[in-house]
Design a protein. Structure first.
Lengths: 113, 113
């Protein structure tokens, strides 16, 4: 089984631009969550989607948005990029029900210059 | 405010030593506690703990949860250089179809030969 795949792996953007990050969950996993990990910190929750609906949102500004598609893949969009958005963006997929934990992708390293 | 606190934040040991990593938490809607190992990008799953006092083991690693005192420990015996990584503790919160992970800052473990 393929793991959680994220694309792109690295990205450099200029302040004010927007970015779209993509995630494909493990087959059979219907829940996808997004996390932001700034250097030296633990990952911070951004969004959770289940069955194509937003189920949870962390303390992030409205510049951050996401969606989940019928095949359960997901996109994270960030508008009007700031230098502080530079981070590793991680996607996690889960079956949600039962004690199976969360599987993380390798992330997208976003650098805003 | 939900918080997960890990200690120590960094640790340097020699191969063969035994280490204990600590994680305390104060959160609402506790569902489980998870440990992850992060070497480069993707955090990799180690343990998921839901019940107090039941030790989980995997090779040289073991972990236990105390839901009364709100903490967990991760033990690594006979450490090897390959154990060098950031160890993340996360608490799963939620209910219904709404879940999120709240992470600590992580413990950076360095194992010297």
């Amino acid at each position: 089984d393929a793991g959680v795949t994220q694309s792109p792996t690295h990205l450099i953007k200029t302040r004010g631009q927007h970015v779209t990050l993509r995630c494909s969950p493990i087959s059979g996993h219907k829940s996808v969550s997004w996390y932001q990990q700034v250097l030296g910190q633990g990952p911070q929750f951004i969004f959770q989607y289940y069955e194509k609906e937003e189920r949870g949102r962390g303390n992030f500004p409205d510049r951050f948005s996401a969606r989940q598609f019928p095949n359960y893949s997901s996109e994270l969009n960030v508008n009007a990029l700031l230098l502080g958005d530079s981070a590793l963006y991680l996607c996690a997929s889960s079956r949600l029900w039962g004690n199976y934990g969360y599987t993380f992708g390798s992330g997208t390293r976003l650098t805003v210059v | 405010e939900d918080k997960v606190v890990q200690s120590p934040l960094s640790l340097v040991v020699h191969e063969g030593d035994t280490v204990t990593l600590n994680c305390s938490y104060e959160v609402t809607n506790f569902r489980s506690l998870l440990w992850y190992k992060q070497e480069k990008k993707a955090p990799t799953f180690l343990f998921m703990l839901t019940s107090s006092g039941i030790e989980k083991k995997s090779g040289r690693l073991s972990s236990i949860l105390d839901k009364k005192e709100l903490f967990s420990i991760l033990n690594i015996t006979a450490t090897q250089t390959g154990d060098s990584a950031i160890y993340l503790c996360a608490v799963e919160q939620g209910g219904g179809s709404n879940y999120k992970l709240t992470f600590g800052k992580g413990t950076l473990l360095t194992v010297n030969p």
